[in-house]
Design a protein around this ligand. Sequence first.
Ligand SMILES: C[S@@+](CC[C@H](N)C(=O)[O-])C[C@H]1O[C@@H](n2cnc3c(N)ncnc32)[C@H](O)[C@@H]1O
Length: 374
Amino acid sequence: MRAASDSFGIYVHIPFCAQRCDYCAFVTYVGVDDLHERYVNAVLRELGVHQEKGLVRPASSIYFGGGTPSRLSLELLGAILGALPQAPVCEITVEINPEDASDEFLAGLVAMGVNRFSVGIQSTAAHVLKELGRVHRGDDVTTLAKRIHDSGVASWSMDLIIGAKSERDEDLLATLESLVGHEHQPPHVSCYLLSVEKGTPLSADPTRHPDDDVLAHRYELLDGYLAEHGYAWYELSNWSQPGHESRHNQLYWSQTPYLGLGVGAHSAEGPRRWWNIANLTTYLERIEHNESVLGGEEVLDDSTRSFEKLALGLRRRGGLVWPQEVDLTKLAGYVVESEDGLVLTRSGRLIANEITHQLDALVGPSTKRAGSDH
Ligand SMILES: C[S@@+](CC[C@H](N)C(=O)[O-])C[C@H]1O[C@@H](n2cnc3c(N)ncnc32)[C@H](O)[C@@H]1O
């Protein structure tokens, strides 16, 4: 699925969490749940400022990410959603942590118009969840899947992470089995390779850093399993059943404009990228004093934007139309030319960054611009 040219995305960052995960470097806060209402008011005021400047268009995709959006009450989530302008067809996603997913909460989200859930499972192995610092238990995924299905939501995803030190092949296979081995399979699966982010407890403990060969092996295991069970990869870390690709993620990968609201949120429009300050107290105080919350901005030059287009296009199946005249012999085994354009093979996906640089070197900037589809 390609983003239409009039697509516009709105991302809302909800920074509250029950507990900080061992690997997470996102803008999140624990123990400040008394700030929920004040934060939502600030987000609404920020929206108003952007609206006055004419920066907000009807959204074809709205995404509540975190942090943990499901820590907010239905009333507060509904207050934000109700204020956001929607295009006639709009994908509305809320990230949900398993421990928050009561029937009442899920039904309330669907009633307010949310049509996609993204559920952070990560693993079902108790020792892996413990190592990752997760709150929830892994043994309830099948029941959770049934309850999500019964909520009537149009589409949903489960997020996994591979590469924790204590994870074994059989843990990943058991996790996959509990995700897809029953009638209420998630129509979409995201799986991220555990990355070591600066300032996290994981970063401070090199004995637990993931091994590249193990990561590659697990990725192959996962991709093979999902392919056998009816999921096609459409981006390096994302697989879906037909028609359930995430519209919102595709906005990012196709350089479509989006507006980020909330602490630390990022935005993009054409070559301009900007982001909000990443400190919650400062964010709240500035909004409340009618001051700007801009944390920084940059304008990409043509060559950087062109390289980004190549890199993002290559991450996706169907992301790159390729000029026939470029000789790809050196990349045999890593890319194939197909009806979807130039597509990474499984081996190519494991070294996507390296292949991007090699492709960039093979073509001049003007050919490259003509060759990619957005
Ligand atoms: C920031 S989390 C927020 C969603 C939700 N609160 C949760 O805990 O799953 C969004 C997703 O980012 C991914 N993620 C965050 N940090 C990561 C890291 N260091 N390595 C790999 N994936 C990561 C996880 O898969 C997670 O589901």
